[in-house]
Design a protein around this ligand. Sequence first.
Ligand code: PGA
Ligand code: ZN
Length: 430
Amino acid sequence: MRMHTSEPVITDIRALEIIDNRGRPTIRARVFVAGRAVGCADVPCGSSTGSYEAFDLRDGDARYHGRGVRKAIANIHDELKPALTGQNVTNQRLLDRIMVDLDGTMNRSRLGGNAILAVSMAAAQAAAASLHLPLYRYLSAAGHVLPVPQSCLINGGVHAGNELDAQEFCVMPVGAPTFAEATRLVCEVFETLKGILEQKHGTLATNFGEDGGFAPPVRSSKEAMDLLCEAVEQSGYVDDVVYGLDIAATTLYDRAQGMYRFDGRQRTPDGMIAAMLDLVREYPQIVSIEDPLDQDDLGGWKIMVDSLPEVLIVADDLTATNMERLQLATRSGAMNALLCKVNQAGSLTDAMDAARFAQRHKCPVVMSVRSGETEDDILSDISVALNAGVFKIGGPHGSDRGKSFNRFLEIEAELGAVARYAGRDFAQLA
Ligand code: PGA
Ligand code: ZN
């Protein structure tokens, strides 16, 4: 009998307005191949967003305080669907090119970066499903690295209602032998920290911030670090855990005055750099600092990189997963690690190109969720496809965070002997 081999062409695309973990609307897209719904993806969304990100198209009307995504969904149905119908779903780069060209703007502002990314990721899922491959394998034959989970256990900044200025204080269980063991370490430290917070600050201190970490009533980075260190020590993992911070300094910077508000004081850019050096001197187990300075202070970033060569100086708002910004920042020596967020780039191909560019320039990639997430666990697959050494995963609270841990656990089990946990080599994976 002759096998029927038809090309996996896109026959339909449907999008739906759903809500994320903050009760805000976002887009779910489904891409149909040969009449079957085989690929589905949701768009994540930030709140401490940088200005170089792909445009997040919102309705701006009375619904959902202006955050509705009906216009973006109409763009998917009216423009993206006719442009992609009949295309082979496995041509990811071409599909993304068609959408970006159709948008025609520098920052995806006509159709919406959120509209394009929804279809881009759903198409990748559809392609993987039509080839009967897990997504990480469809995206790369070489993907085998399980990243160190950089897990936010204490939240501040715009992600919490406390008075802590920096946004994220994270543990990184580099000494664990596997991702499964790394997950156990994170969850045990999380549980221990909860007890410490209750004891020191009462039960109100165990309320959560937007990244799934606790939002205790502390005011300084050192207080937050002391709490994390105590939890790690009590859990018995001092030799296995290092620390990563996201200062999210763009949100702390007053452009008009040229001053930062940090740890309860006003600081000049130089004062901010001094504060970072002081933190690393006091806590030498800090191995990663994201966004220590404003997104436009390339000179200050270079001083950070030169002053702390052993620490990952991670570019989030600085580069916004945008190739032009990334080229500028690497050329300027203003970063030594890239935070990769797919919705900053606005298409899967653009995000993966940015990550691979960084890796070629010896900048390790930290994949990252956003504060606004759904149950979609696609970012874990993308991380493994890129062999990213670190994944900023949030705290283990809530299924909007647990989904990333759980997908990595599935992938690690599926890869078996081929799987490699990044562990202490997290910064060498470039
Ligand atoms: P966001 O925060 O998703 O709200 O932008 C995460 C981050 O700053 O890394
Ligand atoms: Zn950040």
